[in-house]
Write a protein that binds this ligand. Structure first.
Ligand code: FAD
Length: 278
């Protein structure tokens, strides 16, 4: 069972609990990005099992007509075992999803995986003419060039600040500098892209900037936020915008939970209080 301390961020352990959460979101006009928790597998069987569960999710989502898509992690699909393993499992999921009209996102992990992730994304995106998206991180110095490169690739791009802790030679480490970079990347994307921009942020200043750019350029975009973070804002924003909630589920919740806690001092206090009070 997911402990109460983590269940704010994680929709249970099974596909059934996750899809029930999705149904409730859809009832409130919020769409869902479903992620089976799992990363850095060194065991081929674990990779195959998660890939099979994603293909089953495609059928479940399409069969129940939920407004939902998938988000997968490269290291969950075997990137640590080799790029060939990752690409082949990704292709299997994207082929199955394309047949049932289910969208697939690729999450972005630490900076050592960026090239392999973007290359694999570009291959499947060109093969299917869309139906897939990739996440890019504003804290990486390389991302301005990546956003320009992705303008010519079919599919969507999710812009986030970055949840990992990359070294200063490849990343901006000061949060004000990351915010400034996020704004510049939004400007580049709204100016260059035909649509397909996902603003993956809870930060009101970044969201307002995206809304102003949408008014200026007319470029379509969607807002994406995490389960358990600013959920009231997610519901309110559906009046005017397309809102997607990232919904992780599964029993491998610990690393994901640590990243969410590390993002915010208030979460750290909340976690410590829960641990200390038993
Ligand atoms: P922040 O400046 O961190 O936060 C702005 C405000 O949002 C805070 O003041 C607070 O009110 C609220 N807030 C933010 N985080 C939390 C939290 N954990 N708990 C409570 N309140 C919070 N990162 C990756 O590196 N790779 C990915 O593939 C990836 N995918 C993502 C997908 C989605 C849909 C989203 C929303 C984020 C994703 N991230 C990913 C995480 C992202 O990089 C940031 O770490 C995270 O979104 C926090 O940044 P922020 O833009 O919300 O701004």
């Amino acid at each position: 069972m997911i402990p109460p301390i983590a269940d704010r961020f994680v929709a249970g352990e099974s596909p059934a609990t996750a899809l029930e959460h999705v149904r409730q979101l859809n009832d409130n006009d919020v769409k869902a990005i479903v992620n089976l928790l799992g990363e850095h597998y060194e065991d081929r069987d674990a990779v195959a099992a998660d890939a099979a569960e994603y293909r089953q999710l495609v059928d479940d989502i399409a069969g129940s007509r939920l407004a939902a898509c998938l988000s997968v992690k490269p290291s969950q699909l075997g990137l640590d075992l080799g790029e060939d393993v990752f690409r082949s499992e990704l292709a299997g999921i994207v082929d199955a999803a394309a047949e049932r009209d289910v969208f697939v996102w690729l999450d972005m992990e630490d900076h050592t995986t960026t090239d392999a992730t973007l290359d694999a994304f570009e291959t499947v995106a060109r093969e299917h003419g869309g139906g897939v998206g990739v996440c890019v991180q504003a804290n990486l110095r390389r991302t301005r060039a990546d956003v320009r490169r992705l303008a010519d690739v079919p599919g969507k791009v999710r812009l986030v600040k970055g949840a990992y802790d990359p070294p200063a030679d490849v990343a901006y480490t000061d949060s004000a500098r990351v915010d400034q970079e996020y704004r510049t990347l939004l400007e580049d994307a709204f100016e260059r892209y035909d649509g397909g921009i996902a603003v993956g942020s809870h930060d009101p200043a970044m969201l307002e900037h995206a809304m102003a750019l949408h008014d200026r350029y007319g470029t379509d975009f969607e807002i994406q936020m995490l389960m358990g973070v600013r959920e009231d804002a997610q519901y309110d924003l559906t009046d005017e915008y397309e809102v997607w909630q990232y919904v992780p589920y599964g029993d491998r919740w610990l690393s994901y939970f640590y990243r969410r806690v590390a993002e915010r001092k208030a979460n750290l206090r909340f976690a410590l209080r829960a641990v200390l009070s038993g």
